[in-house]
Design a protein around this ligand. Structure first.
Ligand code: AMP
Ligand code: GLY
Length: 423
């Protein structure tokens, strides 16, 4: 098979890495890719959001399967345009991707299907939104309805904070058109975890769980980022809990989407809040998480391409996924200043040593080559993924590798995995 991976971050490097190891893989292309991906795939300088050019590329290069990494092109209809051109793709249609593209759509579906989730309201009017906040005592999550690069959620402790959040999203348009409608939710407590399932339109098979670290600083302090590290599996998602998540959250969602004429195909990523009462759904994403995907791919023992292509073909009936027993842990190295403003173009050294380290896999997230040197080219720049018998062992290996990297302009959290290690 000739495979085209769409995107250029650490998630896409992990997907290219996994796919290129498959016995069924003849060639991997990536649009646009990065300097690390360029070593294992042919990178083509096309932006992930440039839907017509990606469709033309897939046709011209006789691609058998397109694997879409980020949510933007999914919500924008890339998979639909590829289908019209007769090209198979891994990822949902635009209609099914509404699950991530509109938080209001997701909440209404969850309510219709009886899925446990936070109480909520949808608002376009600031006055009505404030009345809802007053009813809930001020501790709420205020969310832009549309895609906001993971930044559209404001957690509020008081009515004054909620007021300011409503004002900023609905009135000042802090997230542009994505915030012309907002969702306000009651505040949920518990332990957060991510759960991934493959869905072929009708059937779902569980993949694995992971735990992300969204805050930029050690001890979960500072502003939220796209994710500063992850490990898999998440101890809070026991086998029993995974069964409950499949029965009470994943299955009813797939049934609800199919009944609405929006059958879901691809990976379904459920963000969960788990407490003594069980799992509650925080959000759905219609793609792999980044950096969760990196931790998942190194643990996947069965053929990744076989699974992704069976899923895209609507036929997961005979797919069985096997996972390594080890835990995997990913540390993200980011440019100083991220998630605020940061500089690009600083030189990174010491990677060839890291690439030879036992149990360690290096993924590039935002890099490019300039004057034969490796340069940073984004906020999140490198991902160091390590396997271990325990989270502590995987963590020790990952940080031993991080410490070999010579990149003074970069930083990372030093406590990825703390929750699992503290158990
Ligand atoms: P989301 O993008 O909807 O997952 O929200 C981003 C983050 O905000 C989540 O990972 C949670 O940590 C937090 N969050 C979202 N909704 C709630 C809620 N209803 N209660 C508590 N925390 C929330
Ligand atoms: N790491 C969280 C996400 O990909 O949405």
């Amino acid at each position: 098979m000739r495979v085209l991976v769409v995107g250029g971050g650490g998630r896409e490097h992990a997907l290219c890495w996994a796919i290129s190891r498959s016995s069924q893989c003849d060639a991997v292309l990536c649009a646009p890719g990065n300097a690390g991906i360029a070593r294992i795939a042919e990178c083509v300088a096309v932006g992930a959001e440039d839907i017509p050019v990606i469709v033309a590329l897939a046709k011209e290069r006789a691609v058998d399967l397109v694997v879409v990494g980020p949510e933007g092109p999914l919500v924008g209809g890339l998979v639909d345009r590829l289908a019209e051109a007769g090209i198979r793709a891994f990822g949902p249609s635009a209609a099914a991707a509404e699950l991530e593209g509109s938080k209001g759509f997701m909440k209404d579906l969850a309510a219709r299907q009886g899925i446990a989730t936070a109480a909520y309201g949808r608002f376009t009017d600031a006055g009505r939104a404030r009345a809802f906040v007053a009813e809930h005592g001020g501790r709420v999550a205020v969310k832009a309805d549309g895609l906001a690069a993971g930044k559209g959620v404001i957690l509020c402790q008081t009515p004054a904070e909620a007021d300011a959040a409503i004002e900023s999203i609905l009135v000042d348009k802090a997230f542009g058109a994505a915030g012309s409608e907002i969702v306000i939710e009651e505040f949920l407590g518990g332990e957060e975890a991510s759960f991934f399932a493959l869905v072929d339109g009708k059937r779902a098979i569980p993949m694995a769980s992971a735990q992300d670290h969204k805050a930029v600083g050690d001890g979960d302090t500072g502003p939220n980022t796209g994710g500063m590290g992850a490990y898999s599996p998440a101890p809070v998602v026991t086998d029993k809990m995974a069964g409950i998540v499949m029965d009470r959250i994943v299955e009813p969602t797939i049934a609800g989407l199919a009944a609405a004429g929006r059958p879901y195909r691809g990976v379904l990523f459920a963000g969960l809040m788990i407490d003594a009462a069980g799992p509650k759904l925080l959000e759905f994403n219609v793609r792999f998480g980044d950096p969760e995907c990196q931790s998942l791919m190194v643990r996947l023992a069965s053929d990744p391409l076989e699974a992704l292509s069976a899923c895209a073909a609507g036929d997961l009936g005979s797919t069985k996924l096997a996972w390594r027993d080890e835990v995997s842990l990913t540390v993200v190295m980011a440019a100083k200043g991220y998630p605020g403003t940061y500089e690009k173009g600083s030189e990174i050294r010491g990677l060839s040593f890291v690439e030879r380290m036992e149990g360690v896999t290096l993924f590039h997230a935002g890099t490019r080559i300039g004057h034969r040197r490796l340069l940073s080219d984004g906020g999140r720049v490198l991902n160091i993924t390590a396997l271990g018998a325990t989270v502590a062992e995987a963590q020790a290996r990952a940080y031993a590798a991080v410490d070999c990297i010579d990149w003074p302009q970069g930083f990372c959290r030093r406590d990825i995995g703390w929750r699992a290690i503290g158990r």
